[in-house]
Design a protein around this ligand. Structure first.
Ligand code: NAD
Length: 243
């Protein structure tokens, strides 16, 4: 991989994230987007996006690919995991709201291929995920904990995958469910606020994604990691070497 560009297929290429990923990857060195995959009935199939051919057939698109990036919906992710495992391709999965069954299939496939899975690929958000346990351990007594997440009006899942992940981390540490609120308003790319409220003071940890570039850049780092990795299931903490 050292002397040639990494060939990437972007699934959900005509969507908000797929389009941001394509922009980011095309501007990056060492990576080329060879195909974009869309629903077979999508009007852009047969055309191209920023010079990238858009196809409806995953199987032929991934023939020469080194890595496949997924920002679609859960049913497509299931198909991709099957295909990726059969064809021994590394995968970067950003799609959220995956069922327990899908997670099981991902875990099983990761025994034979490298998979990076993260509901939030933004590097700064992953730093927040790393520091939250320390804060929760210190402030677990006498503080109420809440998570408020705000996203654009088109986001399908609620609460966000990131809010659910934060909630699980907090529950594991404090043994109680944090209050979680979701807002779906306007074009907000993504904001998560974790509040630790005591009687005399309040600590807020805030992450705001200012554009989808934050997630796309994380996906780029994940691709570069995945193509060099051994089979296994990885998160952004592995990609960012935060362990
Ligand atoms: P979107 O609706 O704008 O785009 C999804 C695209 O996937 C659409 O173009 C759709 O046609 C395509 N698609 C759906 N089913 C398909 C199928 N069966 N085959 C091929 N293409 C298919 O959504 P979005 O805002 O781009 O988000 C996509 C996913 O990424 C969501 O699950 C979202 O929560 C997640 N997301 C993850 C991160 C992260 O950092 N991990 C960041 C933002 C969004």
């Amino acid at each position: 991989m050292k002397n040639r560009r990494i060939k990437v297929v972007v699934c959900g290429v005509a969507g908000r994230m797929g389009s941001a990923v394509t922009d980011c990857f095309q501007a990056a060195e060492g990576v080329e987007v060879t195909y974009g995959v869309e629903r077979k009935d999508h009007p852009d199939v047969g055309g191209n996006l920023k010079g990238v051919p858009i196809v409806g057939d995953l199987s032929s698109a991934i023939e020469d690919a080194d890595c496949i990036v997924d920002f679609t919906g859960p049913s497509f992710t299931d198909e991709l995991v099957k295909e990726g495992k059969a064809r021994r391709k590394s995968l970067v999965i950003g799609t959220t709201n995956l069922s327990a069954g899908s997670m099981g299939a991902i875990s099983d496939a990761s025994k034979s291929i490298p998979i990076v899975l993260s509901p939030n690929m933004s590097p700064a958000m992953n730093v927040l995920l790393k520091i939250v346990p320390d804060v929760a351990r210190t402030l677990s007594k006498g503080f109420d904990i809440s998570i408020v997440e705000t996203h654009h009006r088109w986001k399908k899942d609620s609460p966000s995958g990131t809010a659910r992940k934060l909630g699980q981390i907090l529950k594991d540490i404090t043994n109680s469910e944090p209050q979680v609120k979701s807002l779906r308003i306007g074009g907000v790319v993504g904001e998560h606020v974790v509040t630790f409220a005591g009687e005399g003071e309040v600590l807020k940890l805030v992450h705001s994604a200012l554009s989808r570039q934050a997630f796309a850049f994380g996906a780029l780092l994940a691709v570069k990691f995945a193509v060099e990795a051994n089979p296994g299931l990885y998160g952004m903490s592995d990609v960012l070497k935060m362990r």
